[in-house]
Design a protein around this ligand. Sequence first.
Ligand SMILES: *Cc1c(COP(=O)(O)O)cnc(C)c1O
Length: 381
Amino acid sequence: MGLTKTIWTKPSEYLRANEPETPVLFFAPAILQDTARRFIAGFPGLVTYAVKSNPEEAVIENLAAAGVRGFDVASLPEIRMIRRLAPDAALHYNNPVRSRAEIAEAAALGVVSYSVDSASELAKLIALVPAGGTEISVRFKLPVDGAAYNFGAKFGATVETATRLLAQVAAAGFTPSLTFHPGTQCTDPAAWEAYIRAAAAIAAGAGVRIARLNVGGGFPSHRLQGVLPPLEAIFALIDRVTAEAFGTDRPALLCEPGRALVAESMTLATRVKAVRDGVHVFLNDGIYGALAELPLIGGIDRIEVIDAHGRRRTGEGVERIVFGPTCDSMDRLPGLVVLPGDMEEGDHVLFHGLGAYSTATNTRFNGFGELVIATALSLQG
Ligand SMILES: *Cc1c(COP(=O)(O)O)cnc(C)c1O
């Protein structure tokens, strides 16, 4: 993967000039910075970035330039990278399972915020991290729906366990906080309401006034035409429910979005390798590449097709079966994809809103997966 140095006006300009055989991710730094400023202006607390959703250095640098001062990190390589690119930023080491060696190095690198969801992991932190000035956030989970898939299935203590852990965190002299993650692409704001009210009940049950409440990531991105993510409505709900649930004990809030910060800043351009029988379309990228997420959380219909001369195809939409380039029969986009009837071999199919979980999970399976990142002012074909 490599970032090109030239700044292109729009994807079609690059595609016409280069006729790339490999997939290209077009990155618009201005869109990323605008999205970051929208979060910083609208969210009633600290906005941190979940690095895993797109760890490209250009992404980190543009978020820092736009004013993002905190990062949710899950591993030592992520910690080291953020220390290098944004030395003054706060690091929240929120992977609740860590080896002792990882904890020791994180502490040596100055990490002073950790999450925890079990007694055995809390014991490790108590043994290895000095309490004074260090925050430990207890991560809890609820059986609520609303997300495209549920992270609570892996991490998060039950309300009962979280109440016990929070009291232990405070008793050990750490700064006590609570955290949850409602699951990714969470389109139902009611999930945050349930979690925030449960957080207030956990704090009350433990007899602890929490310093901060981390309301996780999960903010939705724009995947379907005509269905805009209700970000400001979610921010307002979080603000209102926190005030209602905590009253005068209101904690400082923080959030750790990945997807909703970065998705809109990248568009993936794939190329049509073959159209067979008018129905089967073979692209040079698929579910083992930058489109890995589509089978997991559903398709994207924000698609444009550009011909080899850089012109937008406008033919009537036809339902197609779309395959990726590998020899695995699983390498198919979910459902039927509506693509212009006049599209041909050599055209480029552009998928908008693909900045999250695209570069990060791209594999080299079957020898494919080479991915160029090109900078563009606008992402419209
Ligand atoms: C992945 C993750 C995030 C970011 O999730 P998005 O859906 O990309 O916003 C935030 N917090 C935690 C704990 C995560 O695991």
